[in-house]
Write a protein that binds this ligand. Sequence first.
Ligand code: SF4
Length: 462
Amino acid sequence: MRSLVLIGHGSHLNSESAGAVYRYAELLRERGLFDEVVEGYWKEEPSLRQVLRTCRYTDVTVIPMFISEGYFTETVIPRELGLGHQGPVPPEGIARVLGGKTVRYTLPYGVHASMSDVILARAHEALPDANAQDTALVIIGHGTTRNENSNRVIHQNAERLRAAGLFAEVHALFLDEDPRLSTWTDVVRSPRVVMVPFFASEGWHTLETIPEDLGLTGEVTTFGAQTVYYSKPTGTHAMVADVVLNLAEGARGQSLQGGDVDAHHAQAWDTFMRLAQGGVRLGEAVITPQAGVFELRHMLDEGRGNAGLHTVVTPEGVRDVVREDEGGHHRPVHTLRNLPRGWRAVLSAEDLPRAVHYLYPAVVEESFACHTHALHTTPWATTARRQTGIYTKVQSATAEQVEAAARDVCSRCLKTRLWASQKLDSTVFDGVPGGIPCPEACTLLVAEVRERMSAKAGGGHH
Ligand code: SF4
């Protein structure tokens, strides 16, 4: 039995940022090749620090859903998962045993050789009869001097597709680096030009900067004797799900049988499900058993007629309603006290754990560990020491600065800060719905501490 974990960047501000990873997780769940597919994010929950704890099985394959190698795949993700590895990941990936789980960490999907097939598929969508006589293929990369790896991947794909001989010419051109996309008319000779953005998602670059820089007026634009066919980005193609499976298969190596059910995970959820059988309140929500199914809703909607509530019937439905507050703002931390009202979920016993996972990621696992005195907490100083890049500066935050940031951020959160030596004697397992442990400062708080320090250094106000 095996768990597959897809890792995305996520965002503190934008709920759409995680969308692509959620969609791939759904596609892969439908394929049924893994016993579970779980998502984890750097800037939102389920967070990188929690995600392994939320896995049901002891054989876990972790795939970074990034288009290229770099800071996140080589530094942030291995560090936050506790892999004890920094730097380039070898082609066969990294395997570690962590907390009784075998964790296999792979290269990001974007560097897999089969991404060339995805580029080809995008090119043929934009121009079905693209050919070796009159069609040029341009693979567009971001290109930055800070990330040579991303350029290397694009050059490799260009070489592979050039060797395949399917186009009259193949070029790799970049937004921020030579050879520049803006010079395409100097280098591309063919009358028909298919341009494929090698980007993870549809966004500012693919929708605005590239079309604006090139003067594209739509999917097809004619410039004198040449016509440009502009495709959708590679990263959103359904074939990426196959690339992910290829990577996962490669990482599995000789281990064919997979793992077992993780005993701690199973115990936590068995205990929680027994509570749910009798009805249970968790955080701001209430779960009520009803004739063989479970109903989940906001506690403040208790007693409201069903007709006035939006009903969802799947864990994904719960995921989508709880990702924003009532004002439409993103909820990167799900235990912030802004769970929207106005909905109810009707779920089978089989679906309830996944729905509760989306509602409050890792809360059942961490509350149970706290209840059984098995929760490891990480003090602020350790979290701060781990930070790199733009967050390195939080290492010099004073206790007062951290406390001031926590007053702002954590006062809106249901969790009790064990990492700041607060005590939590009772959890949902003792009948206290709001007794939720916070074993380690989240990235939202780390970002708040950094912002306060920057504001102070700049003499500004937060
Ligand atoms: Fe909540 Fe603060 Fe813990 Fe973040 S650090 S999860 S805001 S208590």
